[in-house]
Write a protein that binds this ligand. Sequence first.
Ligand SMILES: Nc1ncnc2c1ncn2[C@@H]1O[C@H](COP(=O)(O)OP(=O)(O)OC[C@H]2O[C@@H]([n+]3cccc(C(=O)O)c3)[C@H](O)[C@@H]2O)[C@@H](O)[C@H]1O
Ligand SMILES: Nc1ncnc2c1ncn2[C@@H]1O[C@H](COP(=O)(O)OP(=O)(O)OP(=O)(O)O)[C@@H](O)[C@H]1O
Ligand SMILES: [Mg+2]
Length: 275
Amino acid sequence: MRELQKVIIEELGVKPHIDPTHEIDRRVEFLADYASNAGVEGFVLGISGGVDSTLAGYLAQQAAETLRNRGTDARFHAMRLPHGVQHDEDDAQLALDFISPDQVHTFNIEKSVTGVDVAYREAFGNRLADYHRGNVKARLRMTVQYAVAGENNALVIGTDHAAESVTGFFTKFGDGGADILPNFTLNKRQVRQILQHLGVDEHIWSKAPTADLLDDTPGQLDETELGITYDEIDDYLEGQHIDDDAAARLERHYLSTRHKRTVPVSLLDDWWKTG
Ligand SMILES: Nc1ncnc2c1ncn2[C@@H]1O[C@H](COP(=O)(O)OP(=O)(O)OC[C@H]2O[C@@H]([n+]3cccc(C(=O)O)c3)[C@H](O)[C@@H]2O)[C@@H](O)[C@H]1O
Ligand SMILES: Nc1ncnc2c1ncn2[C@@H]1O[C@H](COP(=O)(O)OP(=O)(O)OP(=O)(O)O)[C@@H](O)[C@H]1O
Ligand SMILES: [Mg+2]
């Protein structure tokens, strides 16, 4: 195994094989125990229709029910956060049907994004690039989820897992801005494996991942932008040998996004001087 591969697998806590029932139970318990300890009354999470939020949303709903069985009046607030009309809205509805959350709130972020567009043009005289506007969408979704969490004494759930964390393929302080990460340590095929085990519609568990942040290319696949497949990422995280070029590309993504996997850098840090 490559030297850096060992370090990454250790840092992200990935196991080559999982038992879905055990993984579900320990993650639900983690959410419920943490919430009890923090004195909060529930969870907030955007449901996109993608694989990651379908699993995290299911775990959040189970944790809310666990807390209620323990006598705490907890709720899971699932949020639809489309930008205008989402091209795969049907998938988001399928995911919600499966999760069956206590509450569903819909907040369309399009007006807020347009507000940033207008003020940006007034300030700088030009249009914000589609790519950076995509990250504004992710950060506005984070802002809205924190508003709902504040109003309901709840925690914001993040959907980051090992196969996303390793490439830093998330918006810093956008979808990366959250309080608790129930999918962490899993790679992408393990997220799918758990959903399949739970009996989710195949259309959802087998769905190709998309950040879906760009207006110019709606539904652009993550793999297209990353230049590496999730199968390669998953194999690497399971300690398997992958093509040297793919491994090198993956390790470049990992090293260039270390700032996203830590608190803001200060004078007391020196992690950035290596690698
Ligand atoms: N070395 C460094 N040390 C400390 N901070 C550093 C830094 N380099 C950049 N930065 C900061 O980080 C910013 C860039 O990071 P960021 O704003 O995240 O922007 P960036 O990494 O360019 O974009 C986010 C990426 O994730 C993708 N994405 C977004 C959302 C969801 C998903 C998904 O599938 O889940 C994927 C998106 O398509 C894009 O490829 C810079 O503007 C700068 O402020
Ligand atoms: N349109 C949306 N409505 C609600 N939440 C969203 C939306 N788009 C993104 N999110 C939130 O941002 C998170 C990050 O997006 P990401 O694409 O990584 O995950 P996903 O869509 O759940 O799964 P996949 O990676 O398989 O597409 C989502 O899990 C979800 O919580
Ligand atoms: Mg997605």
